[in-house]
Design a protein around this ligand. Structure first.
Ligand code: HEC
Length: 154
């Protein structure tokens, strides 16, 4: 009985390898990227790229193990969900009010240590932010949020 179950699982695992989730990679010039419209200092950009862009942009870096299912599927799910909530590559397409709100959320997520996702920093050690990196992002997000909010006609 146990042997049959294990064999069944093994077969399932083999079959699932044939599922290839579509990849989040774009060669298009990112004309709507946040950095094309607002000031994103190099050090802020570097932190965003290493800790957030995998799930919140149009370009994800795929480590080798994401070729193994169901890891790849799981990762793709996070990317799709993350992008839907906030996509820095499409930031300029948001209405100003939404832009300001997303920056407010960004600061909040960082303050609460909710982003980057814990399951992600577990394997992406470089994305684990130092206190300084976190503060850098928070103060950038807050000041840009205020700048944008002040443009919103009340
Ligand atoms: C491994 C993928 C992943 C990484 C890396 C990641 N996020 Fe997320 N993010 C998500 C997912 C999935 C959601 C939506 C579900 C949730 O809120 O937990 C989300 C939601 C958010 C939201 C909420 C938007 C809203 O309006 O509620 C913000 C803000 C955010 N992320 C900011 C960041 C920042 C800033 C970083 C980098 C420091 C980051 N995320 C890194 C996957 C990720």
């Amino acid at each position: 009985m146990l042997k049959k179950i294990l064999l069944g699982l093994l077969i399932l695992l083999v079959i699932v390898q044939f599922i290839r989730p579509s990849r989040n990679q774009s060669n298009a010039a990112s004309v709507n990227d946040i950095s094309a419209h607002y000031t994103v200092p190099d050090d802020v950009q570097a932190v965003l790229k290493k800790a957030c862009y995998d799930c919140h942009s149009n370009n994800t870096n795929y480590p080798w193990y994401t070729n193994i299912q169901p890891i790849g599927l799981w990762m793709q799910n996070h990317v799709n969900e993350g992008k839907e909530e906030l996509n820095f590559s499409e930031f300029a397409t948001y209405q100003l009010k939404k832009q300001a709100h997303k920056l407010e959320e960004t600061a909040e997520m960082l303050e609460k240590d909710e982003m980057p996702l814990g399951s992600y920093t577990l394997v992406h050690k470089e994305a684990k932010l130092t206190k300084e990196e976190k503060e850098l992002l928070i103060s950038w997000a807050k000041s840009l949020q205020q700048q944008i909010a002040s443009q919103v006609t009340k």
